[in-house]
Design a protein around this ligand. Structure first.
Ligand code: AMP
Ligand code: MG
Length: 345
């Protein structure tokens, strides 16, 4: 967590040499590669075992760098203003914009699409690293494709540690869910993936968004749109808030509650007879029911439960407002039954 200028310099040198470096962002840890080096991008797909149809988010370290990846001039005046307002109000932060790309952005970064996903992260280590490289950094979450996202350097070490040049440890991620992906390249702005920037904040800047956020059949097929994603190894079973208290207690299963209130409703109904081990299988995302805290604890808690010797994890949905939208989205996709890639083109 004590990242010196020398360490950052070394990390930037690795990136410049085509190596991969994991680094902290305010959302989750990213697996960084020089966005303009196709060989390095190919390594990202290989290390993550990520399908090539699944485009990467390109990270920049200042508003002035946007035009190094996006073709702003081709936007209509209205969309250009929407993009400018969003950048001014919500960047740096957990918001990714889909914009037309400039020709020099490699096809591997965008999976051959004419658009590019761009984000200006708020984390100072991410910003410094990108600035030192002096080029944009492509960075998907630093986890094997489809698995729980990493919210600490330890998660990255466990999952990809032996395959990458360096991991910068910036402590636990503040927000804990990925960025919101907003498509500005279509006929009307549309959220492709709910995330760290609640819809309400986007609407406060550019006005109401059309209903019906993510469409499963939407093209491109993005990981945030795949039904089975963000999944633990142990089956995750998702229950409505009202249903959770009637989920029977089984000592060889795990339970994930939103708050201590919902946990006590369940305890009253099920009266579980808990020993120490039983206790360790029952987790609460935020005692006080605080949504930012719940989001920050989501992947960490799922990682912990995934390491226990249990047969299933029962989780309850959280209130569906603000960041709760992103938390429910991750729970929903983590719980989905895998389905083959034929849904994607
Ligand atoms: P990850 O980096 O793993 O958090 O996922 C990146 C997210 O951005 C996914 O949902 C991607 O599919 C989405 N994305 C990246 N580039 C594009 C693009 N050009 N068009 C639509 N979605 C994109
Ligand atoms: Mg990911």
């Amino acid at each position: 967590m004590n990242i010196t200028d020398d360490t950052l310099r070394q990390a930037a040198d690795f990136l410049a040499a085509g190596e991969l470096v994991a680094f902290p962002t305010e959302t989750v840890y990213g697996l960084g590669a020089d966005a303009f080096n196709p060989a390095a991008l190919a390594r990202v797909f290989e290390v993550k075992r990520r399908p090539r149809f699944d485009p990467l988010i390109i990270h920049i370290s200042g508003l002035e760098d946007l035009e190094r990846v996006a073709d702003i001039a081709s936007l209509t005046p209205l969309v250009r203003k929407q993009a400018a307002d969003l950048c001014r109000c919500l960047w740096p932060g957990p918001l990714t914009l889909i914009l037309p790309k400039i020709p020099s952005v490699p096809d591997l970064a965008t999976s051959g699409l004419p658009t590019v996903a761009v984000r200006f992260p708020a984390h100072p280590i991410a910003q410094k690293l990108i600035r030192l490289l002096n080029r944009a950094v492509a960075a998907p979450s630093a986890n094997p494709f489809g698995y729980l996202s990493p919210t600490s350097a330890e998660h990255v070490r466990e999952q990809l540690g032996d395959q990458i040049a360096m991991i910068l440890d910036g402590g636990p991620a503040d927000i804990g869910v990925e960025s919101t992906v907003l498509d500005l390249a279509g006929s009307t702005p549309r959220i492709l993936r709910p995330g760290g920037t609640p819809k309400e904040r986007i609407e406060a800047v550019i006005g109401p968004l059309e209903a019906g956020e993510t469409s499963e059949s939407a093209i491109p097929c993005s990981p945030g749109q795949l039904k089975n994603h963000y999944a633990p190894k142990i089956p995750l079973i998702l229950h409505g808030q009202a249903e959770m208290s009637s989920v029977p207690y089984n000592r060889s299963e795990g339970y994930l509650f939103f708050s201590s209130d919902s946990r006590s409703r369940w305890t009253k109904t099920q009266q579980p007879d808990l020993d120490g081990e039983g206790e360790s299988r029952i987790r609460t995302l935020s005692e006080a029911g605080n949504m930012p805290e719940a989001a920050a604890n989501l992947f960490k808690t799922l990682h912990e439960l995934d390491k226990l010797e249990i047969f299933a994890i029962h989780a309850e949905q959280v209130p569906n407002a603000g960041l709760g939208n992103a938390v429910n989205d991750r729970l929903f996709r983590g719980a989905a039954v895998p389905f083959p890639e034929q849904n994607c083109r």
